[in-house]
Design a protein around this ligand. Structure first.
Ligand code: S3P
Length: 478
């Protein structure tokens, strides 16, 4: 194991000695320090070419965290170098891991092992990232250290009790602002115990936090979930040598993890993010004459709900070269502009496309007829209340839409029939910004969003990649 460079621990800015690069040098403006940056998109000619989508955000977070829980070198290729993930990298340093950047997307992590994390010297700032913060809460909950978690205005408004309360079953304790809001101080269990717990929300973050906490609890923990949420943590834990098994249940599944088992270092090849690919995919469908290729995208069935839904709507999407990479299914997508029809999207599909509803709503606006999305109440607790943000954005742009507590209805106007013309409030939500900019590429009038700085949290290359395909964007005044 490499010696830990104490001087790097707990600093806000990425340490040059560790990475050789700061966030600024990585080309990533930290949104927290920037004034709002509006952007406008305009009706574009056919989109053509190949879209090289960056690495998957969920897998990137997990690779860094598991690397930090492993003694020895974990090598990661294709890591998403976006703000959310860089904040997780920084947190891993604060817990004592060495995290070093090599070539673009290539990172090395030397961890301190399960139960080996040191206490951070300073507050951990996770920026906009629910995934980074909640997974790290789980990973430290069974180690006898204390850490303070905070984030930006969006993250400080999101519910943390959903993860902190079940972590108390292991013996962890916490204090928070009223309502389980950040800043949160979490103290890991002095003497942790294994748990048998059913996760009541359809959240992969909560499930994953419980699985990560189980790693340092003696005995075998059993974590049950009614919905089949993304299973990257399970897959990666198995690859890192954890003792983990999954039992199918009539409704959902139970995951068994044996604690106090050492993890072994791994090489993780991060596939390209389907949640980011979604914007190029829908743009190609709604801009007449488009023909776009999106290679090597993650096609884990628990992440592929959008592709399935768009195909049901009549999308011309061809999936080719399906193969495995790093234990995950990937494939190449070819997509052509299509006439779409409105459909009913069933509630059981929600976990497999939970981040894709904003862009699905845009596709639905360009479809013929009504689309109803059922079982989408989790959208209320994302980076913004996405149900409200989507309906407000659609209405401002001339669409008829309605939300209930857990559903969203969009009356489609057909290809070429979406009025557009409005400025959309993004509420610090990267996916609301990217979705409405995608809408403007095909609506009659331009669409602008009030701030694009948040896009750097997940997809810093978005504007350039869409411009390279032929998307027409224009910088506007705040
Ligand atoms: C994620 C799980 C989902 C998703 C988020 C990433 C993960 O959140 O919205 O973007 O990597 O586990 P929930 O667990 O809150 O559904």
């Amino acid at each position: 194991m490499l010696p830990i460079k104490k001087g790097c621990v707990g600093r806000r800015v990425v340490c040059h000695a560790c990475t050789g690069l700061s966030k600024r040098l990585l080309g990533l403006k930290m949104h927290g320090s920037d004034a709002a940056r509006p952007l406008k998109s305009r009706r574009s000619g056919p989109l053509r070419g190949t879209a090289a989508i960056p690495g998957d955000k969920s897998i990137s977070h997990r690779a860094l965290i598991l690397g930090a829980l492993t003694v020895g070198e974990t090598r990661i290729t294709g890591l998403l170098e976006a703000e959310d993930v860089l904040n997780t990298a920084q947190a891993m340093r604060a817990f004592g891991a060495q995290v070093v950047r090599g070539a673009a997307g290539e990172w090395m992590v030397h961890g301190t092992g399960v139960g080996g994390w040191a206490e951070p010297e300073n507050v951990l700032d996770f920026g906009n990232s629910g995934t980074g913060s909640r997974l790290v809460m789980g990973a430290m909950a069974t180690t006898a250290i204390t850490a303070v978690f905070t984030g930006d205005a969006s993250l400080r408004g999101r519910p943390m009790a959903r993860v902190l309360d079940p972590l108390q079953l292991f013996g962890a304790t916490y204090t928070s602002r009223v309502g389980g809001l950040m800043p949160v101080t979490l103290s890991g269990a002095e003497l942790s115990i294994c748990v048998d717990h059913k996760v009541e929300v359809a959240s992969a973050q909560v499930k994953s936090a419980m699985l990560l906490a189980s790693l340092n609890a003696p005995g075998r923990s059993r974590i049950e979930q009614g919905e089949l949420t993304r299973d990257h943590t399970e897959k990666m834990l198995a690859a890192f040598g954890a003792k983990i098994s999954v039992e199918a249940l009539p409704h959902g599944e139970a995951i068994h993890v044996t604690g106090e088992v050492e993890l072994v270092p791994c090489t993780v090849d991060v596939p390209r993010d389907p949640s980011s690919a979604a914007f190029a995919l829908v743009a190609a469908l709604i801009v007449p004459g488009s023909d776009v290729r999106i290679p090597s995208v993650l096609l884990n069935p628990r992440r592929a709900g959008l592709v399935q839904t768009l195909i049901e709507m009549g999308a011309d999407i061809v999936v080719e070269n399906e193969r495995e990479s790093g234990g995950e299914k990937i494939g190449d997508l070819s997509v052509r502009a299509s006439t779409l029809k409105g459909i009913d999207v069933p509630p059981e599909r929600a976990p497999s496309m939970i981040d894709e509803y904003p862009i699905l709503a845009v596709a639905a606006a360009f479809a013929e007829g009504r689309t109803v999305m059922h079982g989408v109440e989790e959208l209320r607790v994302k980076e913004s209340d996405r149900l409200s943000a989507i309906t407000a954005g659609l209405k401002a742009n001339g669409l008829v839409t309605a939300e209930t507590r857990n559903s969203l209805t969009v009356e489609g106007r057909g290809l070429g029939g979406v009025p557009g013309g409005a400025r959309v409030a993004t509420h610090l939500d990267h996916r609301i910004a990217m979705s409405f900019l995608t809408m403007g590429l095909a609506s009659k009038n331009p669409v602008s969003v009030d701030d694009i700085s948040m896009i750097a949290t997940s997809f810093p290359e978005f504007e350039k990649l869409m411009r390279d395909l032929g998307g027409d964007f224009q910088v506007v005044n705040a």
